[in-house]
Design a protein around this ligand. Structure first.
Ligand code: SF4
Length: 332
């Protein structure tokens, strides 16, 4: 069992305080944190999911979703169990909202993952499916090995982490898709069991560190789909950079929420609002090739066409539009 990083003993007790994420769980002996995976045993915090995975697949990089990062390539994707948020509409609840002991997990080493990625021509390794940052130690060690072999490291995350562990990890990370669930603090507290400001800080830190960042906003009917919230979110992203790709994702009933799926008209409206300020806006979980394709903001011509996971790079030359030579924020 791997000893965790980022925690402290509480003087004169066997309690420990975990400092990995903003919850700062105070744990009695044998208790596990809100994430359900970091546990105090005998006054030491352990990372129970180190080298233990619940899922492994070679996914299209577009599935993360990352639309501007090696379009059309596949990436070895792994996930474990647990999450430090409690979103009532979680679309991955079957692995994120389960106890560590109750789910069959497979042992794997970072070295094996790196070999697997290299043998299959993968662009790298994506830490995804559940919340990867609660497995910080395994992500760090694996990402270190992957970087040595020139593989890319991708995080698909809720962004709910303290600054110090994030600062330490970012130099190993090439791309992130970060959930920005809403600009409403009450929404984060009431429906997700977290706070908004640490997520904004994560996005800013990652972007400023030179990591390729894309943002996903799951629009949940009646909970976070008010147009004023969409406008606030778009404003905030555009202040950081109008070139950050923003994915509005369609909600489907899951976990504890049984509302009808997000209406297509709402998604279209969000798309329209966002396109007023951002160059690259996409609609996820929707069959709409036009709103999943990339058009050059300078000349308007299509540079990457996407239909489902069929990707056709039609107008990219490196990081430039092949029609007008405008510089485009792509990694390929
Ligand atoms: S990582 Fe887990 S144990 Fe640590 S503070 Fe966050 S929820 Fe609590």
């Amino acid at each position: 069992m791997e000893t965790a990083r980022f925690w402290e003993n509480v003087a004169g007790t066997t309690q420990v305080r975990c400092l990995l994420c903003p919850h700062h769980c105070l744990l009695e002996e044998n208790r596990t944190g809100i994430c359900r995976v970091r546990q105090n045993r005998g006054g030491i915090l352990y990372a129970q999911t180190y080298g233990k995975i619940a899922a492994l697949a070679f996914d299209p990089v577009e599935k993360k979703p990352l639309y501007h990062f090696y379009p059309g390539r596949s990436i070895l994707s792994i996930g474990s169990v647990g999450c430090n948020l409690r979103c009532i509409f979680c679309q991955n609840w079957h692995i994120s909202q389960v106890d560590f002991q109750s789910f069959p997990l497979q042992d794997v080493s970072g070295k094996q993952l790196v070999e697997m990625a290299m043998n299959h021509g993968s662009v790298g390794i994506a830490y995804t499916y559940n919340e990867p940052l609660i497995s910080w130690e395994f992500v760090y060690d694996t990402a270190f090995l992957a970087r040595e072999k020139n593989l890319k490291n991708v995080l698909v995350t809720n962004g709910y982490i303290e600054r110090e562990p994030l600062r330490e990890l970012l130099p190993l990370i090439d791309a992130m898709n970060i959930d920005l669930k809403s600009m409403d603090e009450v929404f984060y507290q009431r429906y997700c069991g977290g706070k908004l400001s640490p997520v904004l800080a994560t996005i800013e830190m990652a972007f400023n560190a030179g990591v390729h960042v894309e943002i996903t906003n799951l629009l949940v009917p009646c909970l976070n789909d008010r147009l004023e919230l969409v406008e606030q979110l778009v404003d905030w992203v555009s202040r950081l950079s109008s070139s950050i790709p923003l994915h509005f994702s369609r909600y489907f009933p899951a976990y504890r929420l049984d509302y009808p799926p997000t209406s297509l008209s709402m998604l279209e409206e969000a798309f329209r609002v966002a396109k007023g300020k951002l160059h690259f806006v996409y609609l996820g979980n929707v069959q709409d090739a036009e709103k999943n394709s990339t058009f050059c903001p300078s000349c308007g011509k299509p540079v990457v066409r996407r239909s489902g996971y069929v990707v056709d790079v039609v107008g990219l030359e490196g990081k430039r539009c092949k029609f007008c030579q405008a510089s485009l924020p792509f990694y390929n």
